[in-house]
Write a protein that binds this ligand. Sequence first.
Ligand code: AMP
Length: 141
Amino acid sequence: MLSYLRMDTIFSKIISREVSADIVYEDDIALAFLDIAPVTEGHTLVIPKKWSRNFFDTDEATLQHLFLVAQKIARSLQTSLGAKGVNVQCNSEPEAGQTVFHFHIHLIPRFGDDALVLWPQGSYEKGRATELAQKIKAAIH
Ligand code: AMP
């Protein structure tokens, strides 16, 4: 599928050090650095060194490793910056707000006094949730 062809993005250049970033963590598989346009102070991105487009196509071993790294960094945001909470988010595909097509996990530390509002929530008509759950369940493999 055309959309899954490898893409060189700004993140490849951060991995190769052609572009500088404020790196907070690195190992053989993962790199983490501060987002250049933070939602809150300390907003960090965790990325794989091996390219994948987003949450949909990242392999199991890489996902496992990245989420463990994300947890370590989230804990460090608590101890180093005094974060009271964290939002962990992977925007996947443009419809979900993805702008850089190299998989990344956003860690957005929350301090209790920030103005960030999460998405609005709705409700289901009678029977709709059951119908949707059956469709989703049938497609899981
Ligand atoms: P997304 O919109 O989920 O694809 O997130 C991409 C993120 O990458 C955005 O939050 C950008 O602010 C961030 N970003 C883009 N370029 C850089 C850069 N050179 N260094 C750090 N973060 C960046």
